[in-house]
Design a protein around this ligand. Structure first.
Ligand code: FO1
Length: 314
């Protein structure tokens, strides 16, 4: 069975890691959000791509999920000592990634080709596709009338502002990575990882071509909301600020136009009927990935679940 996952930051990367442990590179690939990308000290940062790759290469910081494990902060402290504002923490190992990516971009290389080069260097065999080679970025509109770059909102202002709208700048005119579209067309099922629907998955679907391609495929999504809360990040806060009660069923509703199966946590079993009303097949299980074994266990359950969905549609 061929699987393509759509993923964003830390939560999505954990499931991608579990799936990559049980599915070989010829049957599993990943399309990653690049709307969190930004320039910092003139370096091009692609946080979600790096988080997925670092996690797959087992070099991710286990506490934060982003950045590198066993990191050193010499360059970071030297910059700070110079009194330069330094709110986005880049470690020395992580810096190497941004230096290489920025240099290659200046040489005219596309982000997808640069990601291939980085993956080769990190020993990652699975195909990791940035969603586009074009420059896109999430602008977070807030109720006090500001329009913030995503990292300004997420890191510098620690998700405090109240959101009112998201603008995926450049997405409507961005071109999908052709090989990523081919991977969807060639796959048996698409898995939407437990990433933030608003700012990790919606940006991928905003790039022309992806939504049309996944509409032709069975789709399974995994809830990033458990017991009304996000496992990590501002997803639940965003739901509340957008006037929607954060819940597993709210996530299923977000995707319901193209969803065949939905994986959510035992704690939200009370949402079962609501989700079934949208003719979505449920898988209720423990979806909180506390360790690497959980990632593989959940991935195995999702693969089995996907096979039952495929058998139904045949
Ligand atoms: N997140 C933070 O909360 N603080 C940081 O200083 C920070 C630095 C950072 C550096 C590289 C990188 O790839 C990610 C980094 N992140 C940081 C996480 C990043 O903001 C998020 O991972 C995504 O944008 C949302 O998933």
């Amino acid at each position: 069975m061929k699987v393509v996952a759509l993923a964003g930051g830390v939560g999505g990367a954990k499931l991608v890691d579990g799936l990559a442990k049980i599915l070989s590179p010829d049957v599993f690939s990943v399309i990653v959000n690049t709307c969190d990308d930004f320039e910092y000290f003139s370096l091009r940062i692609s946080p979600d791509v790096d988080t997925v790759c670092y996690t797959l290469a087992d070099i991710a910081n286990p506490e934060t999920g982003w950045g590198r494990k066993d990191e050193t902060w010499i360059a970071y402290h030297e910059i700070t000592k110079l009194g330069i504002p330094n709110w986005f923490k880049i470690g020395d190992k992580d810096l190497a990634t941004h230096l290489l990516r920025t240099t290659r971009l200046k040489e005219g290389k596309r982000l997808s080709r640069i990601t291939d080069e980085l993956c080769k260097g990190w020993g990652i065999k699975h195909k990791i596709f940035p969603m586009t080679d074009d420059m896109v970025r999430t602008i977070v509109k807030t109720t006090d009338g500001n329009a913030l770059g995503f990292q300004e909102y997420f890191v510098h202002q620690a998700c405090r502002p109240v959101v009112s709208e998201f603008d995926f700048q450049g997405a409507a005119n961005a071109r999908p990575v052709v090989a990523a579209l081919d991977a969807i067309e060639d796959c048996d099922i698409v898995v939407i990882a437990p990433s933030n629907p608003w700012v990790s998955i919606d940006p991928i679907l905003a790039v022309p071509g992806y939504k049309e391609a996944i509409l032709k495929k069975p789709v399974v999504a995994v809830s990033p909301i458990v017991g009304g809360k996000a496992i990590k990040g501002p997803a639940a806060k965003m739901y509340e600020e957008l006037g929607i009660q954060p819940s597993a069923s709210a996530v299923a509703e977000h995707y319901k136009d193209f969803l065949d199966g939905f994986v959510f946590d035992n704690i939200d079993n009370n949402e079962l009927r609501k989700i079934q009303r949208w003719r979505i097949i449920p898988l209720v299980t423990d979806i909180v990935m506390k360790n690497k074994q959980d990632r593989v266990r959940l991935a195995e359950e999702i693969v089995t679940f996907s096979e039952t969905i495929l058998n139904r549609s045949r």
